[in-house]
Write a protein that binds this ligand. Structure first.
Ligand SMILES: Nc1ncnc2c1ncn2[C@@H]1O[C@H](COP(=O)(O)OP(=O)(O)OP(=O)(O)O)[C@@H](O)[C@H]1O
Ligand SMILES: O=P(O)(O)OC[C@H]1O[C@H](OP(=O)(O)OP(=O)(O)O)[C@H](O)[C@@H]1O
Length: 212
């Protein structure tokens, strides 16, 4: 099995574009798009394996070497800070990590005067680091989804979350007040695999590099 290259691909938003990208360099993992409940697929001729995992689990599979390569959003990498090599920005899955609050509050709010605020987020580590660097103390409320709901029901005044079209903010009366980071999808590589399977992995990285 060790002469195989294993790739961890996340189900959800970035699945289709990941499959398309690999297809362009001759790696066919279209089986991942089928409705099957199978979690791992093998292409014996190409000596490739593909596994389908939760987006937030991709760095873990790659860090431990259960996968040699992984595809994952920069947001997840920033939150987890796993020990993986990140050679390539794949440039799709664009969104922003930002701070938002109700439009009514934003009218008279001055972010440079924040000293102590409450933040609901799926990204506590990113939020903690961002506000610590600015000298702002925060009380964190960890949520797992529908983050925009928190200010509407008084759980927190502000949130740290991702925005792409801005539709979720708009429909819930919130506005973006600070941008923390621009987010895109990244290719990550297990550090040991990079040495032991160097030529095959380098070939994949270089192939993808030409496309992005
Ligand atoms: N509007 C957006 N909202 C959330 N993620 C986005 C958006 N646009 C692009 N992305 C990217 O898509 C990635 C995967 O998002 P997806 O919603 O599929 O998974 P998830 O629900 O965040 O992860 P998990 O299923 O592990 O909880 C994100 O990590 C982010 O990099
Ligand atoms: O700017 P927009 O295009 O509206 O996208 C942003 C929304 O999409 C994501 O949520 P997701 O759909 O993943 O659901 P979740 O709240 O359950 O995480 C994100 O957390 C925002 O809520």
């Amino acid at each position: 099995m060790n002469d195989y290259i294993t790739i961890a691909i996340p189900k959800g938003r970035i699945l289709e574009e990941s499959v398309e990208l690999f297809k362009k360099i001759g790696i066919d993992c279209e089986e991942l798009l089928s409705k099957s409940r199978k979690l791992i697929f093998e292409n014996e001729a190409q000596k490739m394996r593909y596994m389908i995992v939760r987006a937030t689990d991709v760095p873990t599979y790659v860090e431990y070497g259960a996968a040699d390569l992984g595809i994952v959003g920069k947001d997840t990498l920033m939150e987890q800070e796993k020990d993986v090599y990140e050679p390539l920005d794949l440039k799709f899955g664009y969104c922003r990590m930002m701070v938002a609050e109700p439009a009514g509050l934003a009218k008279d709010d001055d972010p440079s005067r924040w000293t102590n605020i409450r933040i609901a987020t799926k990204y506590p580590h990113v939020a903690e680091k961002y506000f610590a660097a600015k000298g702002v103390q925060i009380e964190l409320i960890k949520l797992y989804g529908s983050i925009e709901l928190a200010p509407l029901v008084g759980l927190s005044e502000r949130i740290v979350d991702l925005v792409s079209t801005g539709e979720t903010l708009k429909q819930n009366g919130l506005v973006e007040v600070e941008t923390i980071a621009e987010i895109t999808t990244r290719l990550i590589v297990n550090r040991a695999s990079l040495k032991t399977k160097n030529s095959r992995i380098t070939e994949i990285i270089q192939g993808l590099e030409k496309l992005v």
